[in-house]
Design a protein around this ligand. Structure first.
Ligand SMILES: C[S@@+](CC[C@H](N)C(=O)[O-])C[C@H]1O[C@@H](n2cnc3c(N)ncnc32)[C@H](O)[C@@H]1O
Length: 255
């Protein structure tokens, strides 16, 4: 058994990630399993191994951040999002969108394709804590496995295909800014018509979640909408000032 808390300072120093904000049981179990597959017998030894071996260190960062994502994740919810944008969002010349915890870009590019299909103008701020995954997202270049969930007609419209790689076209890439942002430690930008925050707060402790959803409320324009993950719920949404538009969609009520 390792005392995972001994790793907190190292993780903060190396990756600027505050591990104490994440649910302990889950995170500790994952880290313990990861360390047990190395030769390290103590946390000190594990840190020394990471320092000697950049690949191990990168794998460790991947384990902490959990970058799993896909294009149009929970497709039916993206269809719902289309309806909600058309029926519930106040009309705008340019919709301002924040896609937090955007991982490798599949999610913000999916949202961009959705807006293109609706013929609406938009700009997206796409953020994540992990610089490595943000570099991947900025390249916008995906393998055949990664694009499997994209509707076929969208592939030729929105991607250049070369050597079995699919690269997002410039007219979409130019509407998205990728930037590092930590939901725990950083100030929240404002003011957005639509915010996506999916499949990340499930890893945070309850008190952190509460703070984050309150900050999202402040980051939205009146009647702005937040779209959350398909296993998530904002329990105290009314107290924060949201009304529910659908199981995973909440709208800012003007107080
Ligand atoms: C499971 S992925 C979800 C990606 C995408 N939102 C989706 O639903 O497909 C979680 C993402 O959250 C990011 N993340 C983890 N902790 C974070 C934090 N404190 N602030 C911002 N992003 C964080 C990870 O780097 C990872 O890319």
């Amino acid at each position: 058994m390792f005392n995972i808390c001994e790793l907190y300072d190292y993780v903060y120093k190396e990756f600027k990630i505050k591990l104490s904000a994440y649910k302990e049981n889950q995170m500790h179990r994952r880290i313990e399993f990861f360390i047990s597959k190395t030769n390290a017998r103590t946390i000190k030894e594990f840190i020394a191994s990471c320092e000697k071996d950049p690949i191990l260190k990168n794998q460790f960062l991947d384990l902490i951040t959990i970058n799993v994502t896909e294009f149009f994740r929970n497709k039916d919810l993206f269809f719902q999002l289309t309806d909600i944008i058309q029926n519930d969002l106040p009309k705008k010349d340019v919709y301002s969108i924040w896609n937090s915890a955007c991982s490798n870009g599949s999610e913000p590019y999916s949202v961009a394709m959705l807006f293109e299909e609706m013929n609406l103008n938009y700009k997206i701020l796409a953020t994540d804590i992990d610089n490595k995954i943000l570099d991947y997202a900025k390249r916008g270049c995906y393998t055949e496995d990664e694009i499997i969930d994209i509707p076929i007609p969208y592939l030729s419209k929105y991607f250049d295909n070369y050597n079995s790689k699919y690269t997002i076209k410039n007219f979409i890439a130019n509407k998205i800014i990728f930037k590092r942002h930590d939901l725990i430690l950083d100030d929240f930008p404002s003011t957005f018509d639509l915010i996506l925050c999916r499949n990340v707060v499930i890893y945070f402790k309850k008190e952190e979640k509460m703070k984050i959803y309150n900050k999202f409320y402040n980051s939205l324009k009146p009647k702005g909408i937040i779209f959350i993950g398909a296993t998530e719920n904002i329990y105290d949404y009314q107290q924060i000032g949201f009304t529910k538009l659908g199981t995973f969609f909440y709208q800012k009520v003007v107080k």
